[in-house]
Design a protein around this ligand. Structure first.
Ligand SMILES: C[C@H](N)C(=O)N[C@@H](Cc1c[nH]cn1)C(=O)O
Ligand SMILES: [Zn+2]
Ligand SMILES: [Zn+2]
Length: 492
């Protein structure tokens, strides 16, 4: 059968199965580092994590560079250092293809008080699931790559490709500083790269693997309302001042309706229409609505057909309200009028929306809503971060190689999907380096990225290591065939 394993693959898979506990222990060590890139006071931990990842790559025999990407200016005006970015390479054989893997070792904030049932930085295995911050986003997938290469080394099997790693520590904050580095390295680190693989998202299903060929972009906004120089007593002055919080709630409420429709005028103007080709791709995806709802942990979603759900997730923008800085949020009562509150929301964008056009539309709209309130408070709207959407060519050879690897490990074809989330660097890689980019997820739909229940299953993590090892073998075979008969490339 086309899925039967070679002797080499048998040895590789057996080794991975036999070393499961060691691989899980590696992950526990990484999860223990609170490498949260959002909270500035944890920046040293992000840098420590980057150095731990660099040491693991050095242990593989890779030559590793830590590149400085400068400083981050915080909204307070304070400057803090960005963590270094890892550029590593292993092998320089001109006869082999070069695969560049991208991943990140920073994580979203996590506190036990957020409602975690297990300690977020203490990897905990329950019923075959490995819970902890970063297990699926993205420490697990980064380690799966490293462990796949480690397996070749341990078995003394020649690594069939030259492999490069770009690992960063600022992805969750919008990959600050990375675009400039990729631009600088376009003619150097990236010059001999044939394929870029990103493993930083999840499947659409809990059981069926997927390959991802598109992501939405994201524009993160902050909307600040100030009513005075200090907080006020709500009894002493309540009723005679314009309150910042009431203004902010009205502004946030004006952005999106209860069906998820964005109310900012003009926002949908440039959205690329859904093509017949895309609709055909949707038909090929197996989708169980009940399973999907259970995997994300909600009772109802707004849409019920496959086409509506996928198009709203992948081809239409969405607006989410994330939080309010400066508001009283702790349990109990505090009869205060906050003096300054900052609302945070973001708009996931799709092709062919224009970031700066959208920024103007949002600012103009919020200023209009605010002026209608006739409030004496001060409003400041700013776009803190903007990342563009990305769509790839699914006929690139690496998609073919990944499908073969998935067949070998999971005995099924992957779903070909887009992702509603954002990998800021995906589009930049494609635009700057002009190389083929593919997203190769190993996490499942119920992994709970960014949530209090983030996990990766032991089986996804271990099969992830296998599928990456298998991909390296498949892409080397396919690349060789294409070099010998380049006309095949256009036939795929
Ligand atoms: C999909 C990836 N694992 C991820 O979580 N990306 C973040 C990146 C981001 C976007 N805006 C700010 N950070 C995401 O999609 O939220
Ligand atoms: Zn991620
Ligand atoms: Zn994330």
């Amino acid at each position: 059968s086309p899925n039967s394993l070679s002797q080499e693959e048998e040895r590789i898979f057996q080794y991975i199965d036999g070393h499961q506990d060691e691989f899980v222990q590696n992950l526990a060590g990484w999860v223990a580092v609170e490498s949260d890139s959002i909270q500035p006071h944890l920046r040293a931990e992000v840098t420590r994590m980057v150095k731990i990842a660099a040491a693991s790559l050095q242990d593989l025999g890779a030559s590793v560079m830590l590149r400085d990407t400068g400083i981050q200016q915080l909204p307070s005006g304070q400057n803090i250092s960005l963590p270094p970015v890892i550029l590593a390479k292993l092998g320089e054989d001109p006869l082999k293809p070069t695969v560049c893997f991208y991943g990140h070792v920073d994580v979203m904030p996590a506190k036990i008080q957020d409602g975690w049932k297990t300690s977020p930085y203490n990897l905990t295995e329950i019923d075959g699931n490995l819970f902890g911050r970063g297990t699926t986003d993205d420490k697990g997938p980064v380690l799966a790559w490293i462990n796949a290469v480690k397996t070749f080394k341990a078995l003394n099997i020649e690594i069939p490709v030259n492999i490069k790693f770009l690992i960063e520590g600022m992805e969750e904050a919008g990959s600050i500083g990375l675009e400039e580095l990729v631009e600088k390295e376009k003619e150097h680190f990236f010059s001999d790269v044939n394929y870029i693989v990103i493993s930083d998202n999840i499947w659409l299903s809990t059981t069926k693997p997927a390959l991802t060929y598109g992501t939405r972009g994201n524009a993160c906004f902050s909307v600040q309302v100030e009513c005075g120089e200090k907080d006020l007593h709500s009894g002493s002055v309540g009723g005679i001042v314009h309150e910042a919080m009431s203004d902010l709630i009205a502004l946030l409420d004006s952005l999106v309706n209860s069906c998820g429709h964005i109310l900012v005028p003009g926002i949908y103007d440039d959205v690329a229409p859904l093509t017949e080709e895309e609709k055909k791709q949707y038909e090929l995806i197996e989708f169980d609505l009940k399973e999907y709802k259970a995997s994300i942990g909600v009772k109802e979603i707004i849409y019920d057909t496959k086409e509506e759900i996928f198009s709203h997730l992948w081809c239409l923008p969405s607006l989410s309200i994330h939080g309010i800085e400066g508001a009283f949020y702790e349990p109990g009562i505090k009869t205060v009028i906050p003096s300054r509150v900052i609302g945070k929301f973001s708009i996931r964008q799709v092709p062919h929306m224009d970031l700066s056009k959208m920024e103007c539309q949002v600012k103009r709209y919020l200023e209009r809503i605010f002026s209608k309130r006739k409030s004496s408070n001060k409003l400041t709207v700013s776009m803190e971060m903007g990342a563009k959407p990305w769509v790839a060519n699914i006929n690139d050879p690496q998609y073919e190689a990944a499908k073969k690897a998935i067949q070998k490990v999971f005995n099924q074809d992957p779903d070909m999907i887009r992702d509603g989330a954002t990998i800021p660097i995906a589009r930049m890689f494609q635009d700057i380096t002009k190389k083929s980019v593919m997203m190769f997820p190993i996490g499942a739909a119920d992994d709970g990225e960014h949530s209090q229940k983030e996990k990766i299953s032991r089986s996804n993590y271990i099969n992830g290591i296998k599928v990456f090892a298998s991909f390296l073998l498949e892409i080397s075979k396919l690349h060789k065939t294409l070099q010998e008969a380049p006309s095949l490339k256009t036939m795929t």
